[in-house]
Design a protein. Sequence first.
Length: 532
Amino acid sequence: MTHGRVNPKNTLEHQGISGLGEVYYNLIEPALINYALKRDEGELGKGGAFLVTTGQFTGRSPKDKHIVRTPSVEDSIWWENNAPMAPDAFDVLYEDMLDHMKGRDYFVHDLFAGADPEHRLNVRLVTELAWHGLFIRHMLRRPEAAELADFIAEYTVINCPTFKADPERHGCRSETVIAMNFDRKLILIGNTEYAGENKKSIFSLLNYILPGKGVMPMHCSANHAANDPDDAAVFFGLSGTGKTTLSADPNRVLIGDDEHGWSDKGTFNFEGGCYAKTINLSAEAEPEIFATTSKFGTVIENMVYDKDTYELDFDDDSLTANMRCAYPMHYISNASDTGVSGHPKNIIMLTCDAFGVLPPIARLTPAQAMYHFLSGFTSKVAGTERGVTEPEPTFSTCFGAPFMPRRPEEYGKLLQAKIATHGATCWMVNTGWTGGAYGTGSRMPIKATRALLTAALDGTLGQTEFRKDANFGFDVPVSVAGVDDALLDPRQTWADQSAYDAQAAKLVQMFCDNFGQYEKHIDDDVRAIAIC
């Protein structure tokens, strides 16, 4: 039996999915919470937030993600980064999953991926958990009731946490599977309750589709000046580098915190909500984000809380350091109503340097921006992926390798062309360690990072004196109002400066070793500034 609002020509039965129990289409937040409570999926917290734990998996499982190797995508997928799955193995996986679903209740949501109607994608999420439906309604963009009447899904995601894959039978790595089939326009997710797999599967999908339309998909947050949508900024970075925190500037309008596209018209958000890390979150440092944790319908994922008072413990990472909250964009007071803006005037590449070598901010030439975009240096922070318990230095090309189906140079050249066309100024910002490496130094002061970003975005930073960095050749400001001069020269923050020099040499060599894979694919101007 079906419930809810759906295009009668676009039911699951029309997609060949039948024999299920109750099917609920496009339920709104109160209904989803009621069902989730009845099904004992979580608890109602303060203010009506919904408190859940995700069991064994508290982060993404990138090694369990597969792309079906069909002739139509054979020559366009970056196979060194994406595990293949045979088409016949996917077919068996799909049939086995459908058989597993029979008689069970499911929640179906028809949503838009993309704020720009010209480039948005109609996607359908079929979820076994009611709270996953709540989560994805926050994350993607909700059609109006009239738009649902004739909504036709272009791609469908089916998420069954109780389904376990058979590696031998299904051609995958483990019982956990994320399988993308671009020909069949299907994504299958099994054996993980971690909600982030839902949103990142859609992001990976857009990362494959949009470059063919001349749109640059970006793993970034974005905002624009309060009274000028054409004064936009984008913040590239992996999870934990500060995308959500730094884009939530009370003096600017938030476009989005994680996924955007850059088209010929400008910047647009892929999503309709935010998925913020809550470890050590405080009302003093991040009041807007903190306030969402006690608002109706916010999903609180993997946080410890008092069973009597329902007070959240923002410092207890015993479940995971990757504790999060998911909420709709309008819960942030200065969020954009449209999710669109003009072309970026400033591009910020966020890195979390666990070596303590990089300065808090540096100005990049277009060639340097291309170099650092392809390098994607940062540190994986605890909890974001399974098995990561402390910062691990890594190179994640395009600041999002796990979500990149195509070769990185394709995204790099798209970005390079758009920077050249629209004249954006590029910056690298280190939110990692200063005064020493992880274990001896300390995290970069958020107050200093905000002051530097403000100066970069309002144009005053470009008017200051700069020095050439001895290790990487980019421009570093010598003095900025409100920031300790010593902080701008990382070497001066180390008690043992010879130890800094050794650490810097080690990091430079890591960049050299990593960048060799791109040498034959890049332009001469980028090759000329390579640091080796």
